[in-house]
Design a protein around this ligand. Structure first.
Ligand code: KL2
Length: 584
């Protein structure tokens, strides 16, 4: 494909080899509210094009020819869906260079599209410079250094950005301060360790959703550039456990595994199911600190409309390497749930499966026959926001889902569009054999009285639930259509994991509490990534896992001021989350 600019300020991208094309013409006229960039982006989103032929002239008339529509998706990989032969590197160079031309052409200046009054080109380059200079590099390993120390890159941050705007800082809990920096009185004999959860933005998804990244410099979007910065971020933190999402299978094999093996890690990977998916979750652990006891690869896909999506999880049981012979184990679940903001019902079903698998993997039976569960950390990209029904289900352990609107469950922007569907009490397939407590039903459980079936702690919280002393307002109805005490088709779900988020989702800035975000790109910012850990007493946050600290996130405003992601020093559209725990 050739992209040329002629004297009349016409940007043209031609590819005559494609035959199936649709032509559209947009004219901004003199309207100050016209918004060519958004129109084109929407058009491209709808048509999912492989090739775009764009003409922009001085009268702000835009001709858009879109080639290869959705129906031809299977042919599209030749162009920009290709993993390594991505647009930027592929011989036809389609999306990469085209997008950089779009940015250079006047109607596409950032800001111009929103305000309707074009800004001079210089203003745009300045914004882009800010973006490319943004530095979120962490303080070095063990975080005990002066937190105001700037990493080398921050030398490049222009004066007008005070350091706090480009620095993430460790936020220590009371326990963390006592344990890590105290006078020794509170030192425990437990194992402390760090967990990083990071959606590294799969290269093929980057090109699939290119409209999100049109403000980024082409160079900063290339895998050959991004991979070095990703590795640098990991090396700077050296987490003991590393949970990555959106890892391309090829990159897992050719990049992450060799590089991280060199650093002393071992890993497990699960690709998203489906032949058109190339990325998945990878969990690595530092072999000097942990040994793997078991690993469960969870594929959510079932032949049922509620679970017909390709998402996956890696659930690992790890044992710290200590002088103790029987050191306590932990479970680390790493997942990337469905993105679709409208399908909260699918996400809920995926969560139920995840919880049941965690329960299965973590349950232990003591010498006295009593069951308990090993401490668990569940992290990843859950594609749901705090305050949503799904978030509440995770941290409160209860949801009355019957009658809720599927498109509102995750609270993501964009969920409200389109037709509403309401959750039915029978939305989970019975064949899953999962109870309303999000545990697998054992054969003998179906007919037996509940008190024999539920472990001690489960029994306690179940009684709490029934007596109304938990967050739940629900009281059981005698006439419920349930197959048994464990039956799932009651319209209610519980789980007993007692999950707490290690991030509070709000940060203090200049005495005010503002929203922090975990993902950010040209279109949106939100909190969708989490590190949850489980406690025995939810209200006091006490348990065998104790949170010592978290690597603080940034506020929405701070990120907006930095420009857009990915950029020079930040290689993904998500920020890495890191939490420091003590296991007793
Ligand atoms: O939000 V994400 O990005 O957790 O970072 O998870 C999904 C999205 C990921 C895997 O499906 O690909 C991204 N618009 C924007 N982003 C999308 C879309 C879309 N239509 N589809 C997938 N993703």
């Amino acid at each position: 494909m050739d992209v040329t600019v002629n004297e009349n300020n016409i940007v043209r991208a031609d590819d005559t080899s494609q035959t199936k094309s649709q032509k559209r013409r947009y004219s901004s006229g003199n309207s100050s509210t016209s918004n060519q960039a958004d129109v084109i982006r929407d058009q491209m989103r709808n048509d999912d094009p492989a090739i775009v032929d764009l003409t922009i002239d001085d009268a702000s008339i835009i001709d858009l020819t879109v080639t290869a529509s959705k129906s031809e998706r299977t042919d599209a990989p030749k162009f920009y869906r290709d993993l390594e032969g991505s647009a930027v590197k592929h011989k036809d160079n389609s999306m990469g260079s085209l997008f950089s031309r779009l940015k250079e052409s006047k109607p596409f200046q950032s800001g111009a599209s929103r305000s309707g009054s074009p800004k001079p080109v210089e203003a745009f380059s300045e914004l882009e410079n800010k973006a490319s200079r943004c530095s979120l590099n962490p303080p070095s390993k063990k975080h005990k250094k002066n937190e105001n120390d700037l990493s080398p890159e921050t030398n490049e941050v222009p004066r007008e950005f005070p350091p706090y705007k480009s620095q993430r800082k460790w936020e220590w809990t009371y326990m963390g301060k006592q344990h890590l920096f105290g006078d020794g009185r509170y030192q425990s004999c437990g194992t402390d360790f760090t967990v990083m959860s990071y959606n590294v933005l799969a290269q093929n998804l980057l090109y699939d959703n290119m409209y999100l990244y049109y403000n980024s410099k082409e160079k900063h979007l290339q895998w050959d550039y991004r991979k070095h910065i990703l590795l640098k971020e990991i090396k700077e933190q050296m987490p003991d456990i590393l949970c990555l999402q959106e890892v391309n299978l090829d990159h897992y094999k050719s990049f992450f595994t060799p590089e991280l093996t060199e650093l002393g890690y071992k890993g497990e990977f699960q690709k998203r199911t489906g032949s058109d998916k190339f990325d998945g979750c990878a969990t690595f652990y530092n072999t000097k600190r942990f040994k793997m006891v078991k690993c469960q690869h969870l594929r959510y896909y079932r032949q049922h409309r509620i679970l017909d999506r390709d998402n996956i999880a890696v659930i690992m049981k790890l044992q710290p390497i200590t002088r103790q012979e029987h050191s306590p184990q932990i479970c680390i679940a790493n997942t990337h749930l469905l993105f679709n903001p409208r399908r909260g019902d699918v996400k809920l079903a995926q969560m139920v499966l995840l919880l049941a698998e965690i329960d299965k993997l973590t349950v232990t039976t003591g010498e006295d026959g009593r069951t308990s569960h090993i401490p668990t950390i569940a992290c990843g990209d859950f594609n749901l926001v705090p305050k949503s029904d799904l978030y509440k289900f995770l941290v409160e352990g209860y949801i009355h889902f019957e009658g809720l609107e599927a498109n509102l469950l995750s609270g993501q922007r964009g969920g409200r569009r389109g037709r509403d569907t309401y959750l039915d009490r029978n939305f989970l397939p019975l064949e899953l054999n999962i109870s309303k407590y999000c545990t697998y039903i054992k054969e003998n459980q179906l007919d037996m009285p509940p008190s024999n079936q539920i472990s001690d702690s489960q029994d306690r919280s179940r009684n709490e639930m029934l007596s109304g002393s938990s967050n739940s307002q629900w009281k059981p109805e005698s006439s419920q259509n349930t197959t048994s005490e464990f039956g799932q088709n009651t319209g209610h779900l519980w789980h007993n994991l007692n999950l707490v988020s290690s991030y509070k989702h709000k940060i203090e800035r200049l005495g005010r509490s503002v929203r922090e975000v975990t993902t950010f790109h040209g279109q949106d910012s939100a909190i969708v990534d989490y590190i949850f850990y489980n406690v025995t007493e939810r209200n006091s946050e006490k348990g065998r896992l104790m949170l010592l600290g978290r690597w603080g996130l940034l506020s929405e405003d701070e990120l907006h001021e930095l420009g857009t992601f990915p950029c020079k020093n930040h290689p993904s559209d998500h920020l890495p989350l890191i939490s420091h725990f003590l296991l007793e």
